[in-house]
Every structure is written in structure tokens, then in C-alpha cells.
Design a binder for this molecule. Structure first.
Ligand SMILES: Cc1cc2nc3c(=O)[nH]c(=O)nc-3n(C[C@H](O)[C@H](O)[C@H](O)COP(=O)(O)OP(=O)(O)OC[C@H]3O[C@@H](n4cnc5c(N)ncnc54)[C@H](O)[C@@H]3O)c2cc1C
Length: 53
């Protein structure tokens, strides 16, 4: 995650060292999985708040 909550970065914008397609693709996968997990957590927390008395 970046410093902005819920914003995930991948590729050259996040990697000043390797700057190759292969690393950008891996980064993209990692960012997508992390974004999905983050969204699921937000959803679970919102559902928990709705259930709370
Ligand atoms: C000449 C050259 C040869 C290369 N050869 C190789 C190679 O042989 N093998 C290899 O592995 N890597 C190579 N690379 C590196 C490879 O191209 C990059 O590492 C890879 O493209 C990085 O992907 P990225 O998604 O991070 O960035 P990019 O591919 O640059 O994608 C960023 C995208 O964001 C868009 N964008 C920018 N600003 C905004 C905005 N404000 N709003 C919306 N969209 C925006 C851009 O238009 C672009 O489409 C080469 C690079 C160059 C320049």
C-alpha cells in the first residue's frame, strides 16, 4: 500500500531499481492481491459494525 489508504502501487512508479517488465508484472499481481484483501477486510469490518448493537 502507498501512503494513501486503499491505494496500491505497482511497476516503475513503485520500483526504481529493476525497472523491467517481469518485475512490473509481479508487482502488479502482488498489488492486485493486496488490494483485494484490503477490500475484503473493509467489507468484513463494515459488516461487523452493522451487526454491532
Ligand atoms: C526503450 C525501452 C526498452 C525496454 N526494454 C525492456 C525489455 O527488453 N525487457 C524488460 O523487461 N523491460 C524493458 N523495458 C522496461 C519496461 O518497459 C518497463 O519496466 C515496464 O513497462 C514498466 O511497466 P509499468 O506498468 O510500471 O509502467 P509503464 O509501462 O510505463 O505504464 C505506465 C502507464 O501509465 C500511464 N500513465 C502515466 N501517467 C498517467 C496518468 N496521469 N493517468 C493515467 N495514466 C497514466 C502511461 O501512459 C502508461 O501507459 C524497456 C523500457 C524502455 C523505455
Amino acid at each position: 500500500m502507498t501512503r494513501v489508504l486503499g491505494v496500491f502501487a505497482a511497476g516503475e512508479v513503485a520500483d526504481g531499481r529493476y525497472r523491467q517488465t517481469a518485475t512490473a508484472v509481479g508487482d502488479g499481481y502482488r498489488a492486485a492481491v493486496n488490494a483485494q484483501k484490503w477490500l475484503e477486510k473493509q467489507d468484513e469490518e463494515a459488516a461487523g459494525r452493522r451487526r454491532a448493537p
